[in-house]
Design a protein around this ligand. Sequence first.
Ligand SMILES: [Mn+2]
Length: 317
Amino acid sequence: MKATMADAARLLRERDFITILCHRKPDGDTLGSGFALYHALRQRGKTCRVRCADGFPALYGFLADGYAPEEFEEQTVVAVDIASLSLLGALREEYEGRVDLTVDHHRSNECFAKENWVDGDAAAVAEMIWDLARELEAEITPQIAICIYTGIVTDTGCFRYSNTTPNSLRIAARLIEEGLDTQPIIRAMFESKSPRRMAFESQVLSGIRYYGGGRCAVISTDQALQEEFQLDDYDLEGISALPRQIVGVLVGVTIRQADGECRVSLRTNPPVDASAICAVFGGGGHLRAAGCTIPGTVEEAERVLVAEIERHLPGDP
Ligand SMILES: [Mn+2]
């Protein structure tokens, strides 16, 4: 059933013993939203906790600051930033059919909960949690402010992506007016890389290949390289943004080979539709960012991918 913010607020006012679920491989929006809601509900006297199949990665440790999970028999389950049941990861079996409320901003949301509040115009779920927290008359404490701001900057790429709206900026402005120090968050999320990550990046970039007269750029990594630099998935976040930044490139491709298959990440500039290209290989995503998986080696994946991409490049003017 579709729900509104008022429905969500009513449900949360009525219920107690609430588990908040974040999506697998969590990011700043799912965790920021989850913990902002957690603190808002605790202010209202509710017993609650936050759960994620993949735990809380160190990068986002500041969002879980002071969090001590409580054991209790849950009566209510809320999913934040989760478009489909598969994104529950290892928690899917436990929670399938048991989610009471979804708060999400993916238009593709499968509405798997009993009540589904989905706002496709929100740049981040954290924006929806801001409204919800105020509706619940929760005070926006410094910790809630940190969580909401982190969610918004995560999903807007620090207000650079095209999903950024006046509302995103208005909420950020209000948080700053209330005294939020944004610099530690921005620095941690956008302005710092480990020496290992830097060395890895330069190695990957030194192997860049260009196609289609410089309009397509491909970088790749394999397991050996990842192990050499001891990088985890979070360290690798963001490298797929690099090829598209090159002037003249319309399609930036990142290929990560692991376990006999290649995970492909595509970033495009107008007019190329990233999701249309990935759909050919059984993948999908958004207009400017999409992904797919292609079996085989990097060379094999690159060959079929580049052949497809060249069909999508605009004709010479
Ligand atoms: Mn999100």
